[in-house]
Design a protein. Structure first.
Ligand SMILES: [Zn+2]
Length: 125
């Protein structure tokens, strides 16, 4: 039993050492060859990524500062809906407000028209 295992191990090692021309390989050998190449490549890429990751790790103090300061402050949506946004408007609310202002500028009272036009100009619409 033990001798059989030893023989197999030796045979496997011998196979790995011999670099056969892929065109002369059997389908099984070719698949094993490709799998070995893929594994080697993946290991190399993994090691490279690991090295890069280690190099790019940020210090705790600086990381905390970045996290604290990177959080965009939320402000009120400028359409007046009371929604919070990281920009000027909650998504879609700028288009809605623009439509409302344009309608007001056309169909509102004189005072509403003047205000709507001023607002449109302010927003650059
Ligand atoms: Zn809004």
């Amino acid at each position: 039993m033990a001798s059989t295992t030893k023989t197999e191990t030796t045979a496997t090692e011998a196979t790995e050492e011999v670099t056969k021309d892929p065109s002369e390989m059997t389908k099984e050998e070719l698949l094993a060859h490709v799998a070995a190449l893929t594994a080697t490549k993946a290991a190399a890429n993994g090691a490279k990524r690991e090295a890069a990751r280690r190099e790019l790790v940020i210090g705790d103090e600086r990381l905390a500062w970045v996290v604290a300061n990177a959080r965009p402050a939320e402000s009120d949506c400028l359409c007046g809906c009371g929604g919070k946004t990281k920009g000027r408007f909650v998504p879609g609310h700028d288009a809605k407000l623009k439509s409302e202002l344009m309608a007001t500028a056309e169909f509102g009272t004189d005072e509403q028209k003047a205000q709507a036009n001023a607002a449109l100009a302010t927003f650059g619409w």
